[in-house]
Design a protein around this ligand. Structure first.
Ligand SMILES: Nc1ncnc2c1ncn2[C@@H]1O[C@H](COP(=O)(O)OP(=O)(O)OP(=O)(O)O)[C@@H](O)[C@H]1O
Ligand SMILES: [Mg+2]
Length: 313
């Protein structure tokens, strides 16, 4: 099979403003593509067009081999969209939510109940199946939302910011479920504002900036463009900053207000050991030292030449 999602020169305007401006995308079947971008970049617009919920103004797109404009009903049979807003009904139990969705998809009562049972099991919700959804944690609710997308076994799943607002543990639970469905052959296009999420889940990342692709590649390719990970050292007094800078090298960035110095590293753990012992031998009192991934703002700055916050709608 070729591309599960393919878009060429997509355009969409709202009033006089372009939300998508010649947007291209190609997602091989069975892989995860992460659409990364700040607020207003056009992520939801792209996903809604591909899921046939929004009409395109120009260009063309195919999903699961069908044209989104001319063969929308065939596309709809192959896709599911998990939007930024939850579809979970709080008053119903997890099981009742899934049965209701099954009925909406025209399953018989019996089929809907069997499918609900299978999905509760697959998404690790069997124990909570008969609790009302209002008592679910954020991660359980998101998993129930995901489970509801799988009622009709879509071949392509669109996830619009699947973990926004979740704490780290709940995010991890959702990531695990996404990895599981991908392992079973589903193609996933997910939007996110978080580099670490795209990094965890995506085979390929497309960086969207004001409706256009600003960069794309594997997570490693994008990070190496930025010089990889960074080491960050926080000290107690500003007098120590020049010493730390001396240890981290001439390209280190100094944040005098935060008593913080950071620099790009390529050899992660070895760098951490080297820097720690060099600082100790200079008698520097370290408040904190850590390795961290570049932030989305740093990715944006490096790729587009402007900060993500400067392109907000
Ligand atoms: N229905 C609409 N009517 C008018 N303008 C819209 C509509 N939907 C989106 N836009 C505009 O299109 C642009 C792209 O919006 P979109 O929702 O696709 O961005 P996004 O990347 O999903 O942002 P977020 O991270 O906030 O969800 C924004 O400037 C937005 O204001
Ligand atoms: Mg959005």
């Amino acid at each position: 099979m070729g591309h599960a999602v393919f878009a060429e020169g997509l355009r969409k305007r709202f009033d006089r403003k372009a939300a998508l401006d010649r947007f291209d995308l190609a997602v091989p079947a069975g892989t995860v593509c992460g659409l990364l971008g700040p607020n207003g970049a056009g992520k939801t617009t792209a996903v809604r067009i591909l899921a046939t919920l929004l009409r395109l103004d120009g260009g063309r797109a195919e999903v699961a081999g069908f044209d989104v404009a001319r063969e929308a009903s065939q596309v709809r049979r192959q896709v599911a969209l998990n939007g930024q807003q939850s579809t979970v009904d709080d008053v119903l139990t997890g099981r009742e939510n899934l049965v209701m969705w099954g009925r909406l998809y025209h399953l018989s009562k019996r089929q809907a109940s069997v499918r609900a049972g299978e999905l509760l099991e697959q998404f690790g919700l069997t124990d909570a199946a008969d609790k009302r959804a209002k008592h679910y944690s954020g991660g359980m609710r998101r998993r129930l939302d995901l489970a509801s997308s799988f009622i009709m076994r879509p071949s392509v799943l669109f996830l619009d910011e699947p973990t926004t607002g979740l704490d780290p543990r709940n995010r991890g639970e959702v990531w695990r479920e996404v990895k599981r469905v991908v392992g079973e052959g589903t193609t996933v296009l997910l939007t996110t504002q978080y580099l670490d999420e795209a990094d965890q889940l995506a085979d390929q990342i497309v960086v969207l900036d004001t409706g256009r692709v600003a960069a794309q590649g594997t997570p490693d390719q994008l990070k190496s463009k930025l010089g990889g990970d960074r080491i960050e050292v926080v000290v107690r007094t500003s007098e120590e900053l020049p010493v730390v800078r001396g240890v981290l090298g001439p390209d280190a960035e100094v944040d005098p207000d935060g008593f913080r110095v950071s620099a790009a590293v390529t050899d992660r753990v070895a760098a951490l050991t080297r820097v720690t012992s060099a600082l100790a031998s200079h008698g520097v009192e370290v408040e904190d030292i850590a390795l961290r991934r570049p932030t989305l703002d740093e990715v944006f700055l490096a790729i587009t030449g402007h900060k993500a916050s400067e392109v907000r709608a």
